[in-house]
Design a binder for this molecule. Structure first.
Ligand SMILES: [Zn+2]
Length: 51
């Protein structure tokens, strides 16, 4: 499976998006969920526990 540089597939919605559509972690890696999915995910959980 090849993923072009600068792009990443969201593990939840399976969309192939630009890396900038993913939040960057403190480690420098990108989150596995895109911003849309992560936002929904956090809303369903506890927003205060994130960041
Ligand atoms: Zn997604």
């Amino acid at each position: 499976m090849t993923v072009s540089a600068g792009r990443k597939v969201c593990t939840k919605c399976k969309r192939n998006l630009k890396e900038t559509d993913f939040f960057k972690l403190k480690t420098g890696e990108r989150c596995d969920l895109c911003k849309d999915c992560l936002t929904q995910y956090i809303d369903n959980r506890k927003p205060s526990t994130f960041m």
